[in-house]
Design a protein around this ligand. Structure first.
Ligand SMILES: [Ca+2]
Ligand SMILES: [Ca+2]
Ligand SMILES: [Ca+2]
Length: 273
């Protein structure tokens, strides 16, 4: 997907200078988890954030009806994941998602929304998930390989360029089990218009925060990805902020320059058609 790759690359080029100038004092950020993404300072036309977020991915802005390709499946605007944003400060991890997928859908009426999944180590296996639906939305689960629902598409790639380690190379899309760790915050907006290339298309925003203390100490300072998809897996979006949660303040500047030196860039899961 040339456009998809280009968009991700542009995002990286614009984000890296900002990261390089990030200081520990600037790392503190606060978001109000209310489903209103005004505090993320996102350009409504381009989805670009106007600030040094830790990571984000802007996906292809599809439109139209269910026969339109959104990669790896079809589904048009109703199954379009537009952008995923990740930030953190000294105490919390923050997530924001914009999608054309109606959060009120269920697997009986179409496909339910998936959960936010977090892959520490960027090996394709998710260690945590934040529920978006069901009886406990906004709660964090520690999950293993057997605790996820898989999407419909096989042979999907991980951010490292290998096939997804889940059965059939499928994308993980939602939590089916695991151990309840604690409560995060989650807010989902009602439908809104005015975003993206197709300003009359309906969008929905998810906003979440997770207390960093809920993650096991072994994952501190470990690179991680965040992924979301609706439960069919028709459109998958993934963002990988450089570095791990709870960076040590003194290491931040070094960390940014080391990233530049290594040529590390943000990559997204790039499903094959
Ligand atoms: Ca907000
Ligand atoms: Ca769209
Ligand atoms: Ca992992």
């Amino acid at each position: 997907m040339l456009m998809r790759t280009l968009l991700a690359t542009v995002a990286t080029l614009l984000a890296l200078p900002a990261a390089a100038t990030t200081t520990p004092a600037m790392a503190a950020s606060a978001y109000t988890i209310d489903g209103d993404l005004a505090d993320w300072r996102i350009n409504s036309q381009t989805y670009m954030p106007d600030g040094p977020l830790k990571g984000y991915t802007i996906d292809t802005d599809s439109t139209g009806g269910l026969s339109q390709f959104v990669s790896p499946g079809i589904g048009g605007q109703a199954y379009d994941a537009e952008a995923l944003y990740v930030d953190y400060d000294a105490s919390k991890l923050y997530l924001a998602l914009i999608t054309g997928h109606d959060p009120s859908m269920t697997n009986a009426t179409g496909w339910a929304p998936g959960d936010f999944l977090i892959d520490f180590g960027r090996d394709g296996l998710f260690e945590y998930g934040l529920k978006t639906t069901g009886s406990r939305p906004g709660t964090l689960y520690r999950i293993g390989a057997g605790n996820v629902r898989l999407g419909q598409f096989t042979g999907q790639m991980t951010p490292l360029g290998t096939i997804s380690p889940y059965r059939g190379g499928r994308n993980a899309v939602a939590i089916t089990g695991g151990t309840l760790v604690g409560a995060g915050e989650l807010a989902i907006s009602s439908a809104f218009t005015g975003y993206g290339r197709y300003t009359t298309d309906l969008h929905y925003a998810y906003e979440a925060s997770i207390d960093l203390d809920l993650f096991a100490p072994e994952f501190r300072n470990t690179p991680f990805d965040v992924q979301w998809a609706m439960q069919c897996g028709n459109d998958v979006i993934s963002a990988d902020p450089p570095g791990g949660v709870v960076p040590e303040p003194a290491s931040l500047a070094l960390f940014a320059s080391a990233l530049a030196a290594l040529g590390l860039t943000r990559r997204r899961t790039k499903p094959t058609a």
